[in-house]
Structures are given as structure tokens and as C-alpha cells.
Design a protein around this ligand. Structure first.
Ligand code: ZN
Ligand code: ZN
Length: 215
């Protein structure tokens, strides 16, 4: 499996493309702002998009889900606990001064432990609430795509609807770190990192500093 990402918009969110190289079938994670950048990548790489996975329903992670579904016909996947955010795309846009239309309904509701195939490849789904109630991550044997749970030397904010600090830290420590120190971590924003690096450097892990709910 090969993967790459593009980074779009005011939020500088990453859209990841996970590709089965034999078939070109591709799973897209988090189609954000600037649909043309995403569409150009699909055309340039001659990808057949077969799944659209929304890690969590903040606008910077599913802004272009509707446009991408219209282009590819691929089903949109989301955890049901984030559907209340997913159905508020116009409201979320208005918080930031953008005029957005509703996204089309979710096609596939994800649950913890699901396995998603694309071509001859597959990734696992894990529920990691805290940044939002229905946040999921995807992982294989070496890489994890963790959305806005965990960043290089930081963690996701918890002041948006449904966010909860202690739940987020529990998700990271019990459900991401336990994958193993060798895992490469690919967040929704900023640089990739590893579990080992975050165990050493991340001030929010290991009880080093108390959780600050306003972050
Ligand atoms: Zn978010
Ligand atoms: Zn984000």
C-alpha cells in the first residue's frame, strides 16, 4: 500500500489517499476544503476512489465530501456519534464566515473494529472519542491515521461540541499508544510523528502535565 496527502484551505487540513497499487482502488480520508486540489490529485494519480472516510465531522475534514462523492460515486463513511455534527455543515461554515451547503447523507456508519477494504488492501477502524464523540482512526500494521486526536507534541482541542479532555487522553493512551512504539502517526494537521517520539516529547501524555480544558 502506498499513501500520500494534500493539504488544503484556511485550516491546512490533510486529505490522505491510501492506494492499492495493483488496482488503483483508493480510500480517501477527510476531503477538506479546496476540492479542486483533491480532484487534481485523483486525476493525476489515476485513482479509483472506492471509499470516503470522514475521521470526524468538523468542517475542515468533510468540506468536500459531497463533491467527492458526486465525482467518484464512492460511499461516505462516518461514526454515528458524529452525525449531529455532520448534519450541521452550513452552521459550522457560518461560524467561520463560509456559505456551505448540506453534505449528502452518510452511506456507511462505522463502528469500532470494522475492517475497510480497497482493492487488495485493508485498514482497521478504531473509535477514539474526545476531540469529538464519534472520532475514528484508521490503522494497518505500521501506520495510523489519527485525525485530530494526536499531533506532533500536541493533542486535539476539546472545546467544540461533544469534546471532552479526559476522554481524549484516554483514547490516546489506551487506543493509540498501545499500538506500539514503532507506529508512524499521521495527524489531520501538521507533521507526521511516531508513538515513540510522542511518548518522549508530548507534554500531554503520561500525566506529565494536568489536562487544561481550555486548550
Ligand atoms: Zn477537528
Ligand atoms: Zn481539523
Amino acid at each position: 500500500m502506498r499513501f500520500f496527502h494534500v493539504t488544503t484551505g484556511a485550516f491546512q487540513a490533510h486529505t490522505y489517499f491510501l492506494i492499492c497499487e495493483q488496482t488503483r482502488q483508493t480510500l480517501v480520508i477527510d476531503p477538506g476544503e479546496e476540492f479542486e486540489v483533491i480532484a487534481d490529485a485523483i486525476r493525476a494519480e489515476r485513482l479509483e476512489v472506492v471509499r470516503i472516510v470522514v475521521s470526524h465531522a468538523h468542517l475542515d475534514h468533510f468540506w468536500s465530501a459531497g463533491a467527492l462523492k458526486a465525482m467518484t460515486g464512492a460511499p461516505i463513511h462516518l461514526h454515528p456519534a458524529d452525525d449531529f455534527l455532520y448534519t450541521q455543515l452550513p452552521e459550522q461554515g457560518s461560524w467561520f464566515g463560509f456559505d456551505l451547503e448540506d453534505a449528502p447523507p452518510v452511506d456507511v456508519f462505522l463502528k469500532d473494529g470494522d475492517v475497510l477494504t480497497f482493492g487488495r488492501e485493508q485498514v482497521n477502524v478504531r473509535h477514539v472519542p474526545g476531540h469529538s464523540p464519534g472520532h475514528v482512526m484508521l490503522y494497518n500494521e505500521a501506520d495510523a491515521w489519527v485525525g485530530d486526536c494526536l499531533f506532533a507534541s500536541s493533542v486535539g482541542r476539546v472545546d467544540l461540541p461533544g469534546g471532552d479532555g479526559p476522554t481524549l487522553i484516554r483514547s490516546i493512551e489506551d487506543r493509540i499508544v498501545t499500538l506500539g512504539e514503532h507506529y508512524r502517526i499521521h495527524p489531520g494537521h501538521g507533521p507526521s510523528t511516531t508513538v515513540a517520539r510522542e511518548l518522549n516529547d508530548n507534554p500531554f501524555l503520561g500525566g506529565r502535565i494536568p489536562w487544561r480544558p481550555s486548550l
